[in-house]
Design a protein around this ligand. Structure first.
Ligand SMILES: Nc1ncnc2c1ncn2[C@@H]1O[C@H](COP(=O)(O)OP(=O)(O)OP(=O)(O)O)[C@@H](O)[C@H]1O
Ligand code: SF4
Ligand SMILES: [Mg+2]
Length: 314
């Protein structure tokens, strides 16, 4: 059964003098127990997409489209019902940079207890905290410590454990390995691999395709607010179709230090401008006259691609 279906999702931030189209017509679905990687350059809308799924987009905003969990709309229910039944209980999120926002004046245990209090949870708090700590490979002896006494990797595991405390079926992890050294990154990824094996679905947000490839079954390539290509990890890696996906893949450094690093010239378009046509137009080596019109989604073996090259093949 489909666990999560995103249908034509649009998220706009309303600023005083402009509107930012951070997520623009995004659709995909994720089956039970599947994990998804969302990858794209800075400011393409990855975090906003994650925040919209958990109904936590900040500021003045407009969210349109729909998000279905097991076939039921999560956008059409009240905020109260969403909080009581879905947020942290079915879907939770590790926010970008969260390990740096642990409260310095409270112990780790107090911070867990605060989360459980906010959720009005009447279960055995200590058992729930210990189980969550155990699931990320942390000893409960660190519960009395304060954030400054923990390493970056430990703090990040605490953040994962906090997101898991109410046993959600899906966790959105926004850049969980950024700012960690390579060894610690590998440890955090192995925590996610273990959780995935135990049946947790993960939406992993990253600007790094290499990290995504460790966890994801499916991949969404995001560019300037749109998912321009979606498919299984295997299809995206072995037969990338969108010129942006091809450029991203070429930018992964080869293991032996060979330099196959291409730098993609130019910058993504300003998301506050009304836009028609392919958003990759200015940077695309294959741009054609017809790319000035919006490309539609063309079905691929396992997903879709939005590019005129493939529409002409229909
Ligand atoms: N609270 C906000 N208010 C107004 N604009 C915002 C807000 N948050 C994000 N934006 C804008 O929305 C767009 C998408 O931002 P978002 O943070 O979702 O991108 P991202 O892909 O997560 O970037 P990064 O890789 O740097 O984390 C950007 O233009 C950003 O400036
Ligand atoms: S639609 Fe055109 S400009 Fe856009 S990625 Fe495809 S070929 Fe390039
Ligand atoms: Mg982000």
């Amino acid at each position: 059964m489909t666990t999560l279906a995103i249908e034509e999702l649009n998220v706009q931030y309303q600023l005083r003098n402009k509107t930012i189209h951070a997520v623009d017509g995004v659709s995909f679905s994720l089956e039970n127990n599947e994990s998804l990687g969302i990858v794209g350059e800075s400011a393409c809308g990855k975090s906003t997409l994650g925040l919209a799924i958990i109904r936590s987009v900040p500021g003045r905003n407009i969210v349109k489209g729909d998000i279905l969990l097991d076939g039921k709309s999560t956008l059409k229910i009240s905020e109260d019902e969403f909080t009581k039944t879905i947020r942290w209980k079915k879907i939770s999120m590790m926010f970008q940079g969260a390990m740096n926002s642990l409260d310095p004046v409270f112990s780790i245990k107090q911070q867990f207890e605060e989360i459980l209090r906010t959720h009005d949870n009447i279960g055995n708090h200590l058992k729930m905290i210990n189980d969550a700590m155990d699931s990320v490979g942390l000893s409960s002896t660190i519960l009395d410590k304060f954030p400054h006494e923990l390493s970056g990797g430990m703090k990040q595991r605490v953040i994962i454990a906090m997101a898991l405390i109410l046993q959600p079926c899906l966790i959105i992890a926004d850049e969980p390995t950024t700012a960690l050294d390579v060894l610690v990154q590998a440890q955090i990824l192995s925590v996610f691999k273990k959780l995935k094996k135990e049946g947790l679905s993960i939406i992993l947000i990253s600007h790094d395709l290499g990290i995504i490839s460790e966890i994801a079954d499916k991949v969404g390539i995001m560019y300037a607010g749109k998912i321009v290509e979606f498919g299984t990890l295997h299809e995206i890696y072995s037969n990338p179709k969108h010129p942006y996906t091809q450029a991203l893949l070429k930018s992964i450094p080869k293991i032996k230090g060979e330099s196959d690093l291409i730098s993609l010239k130019g910058t993504p378009p300003d998301l506050s401008n009304p836009f028609t046509g392919c958003r990759f137009y200015d940077r695309c080596p294959h741009a054609m006259e017809k790319c000035k019109k919006d490309p539609l989604k063309t079905k691929t073996e396992t997903g879709y691609v939005s590019c005129w090259i493939y529409e002409s093949n229909k």
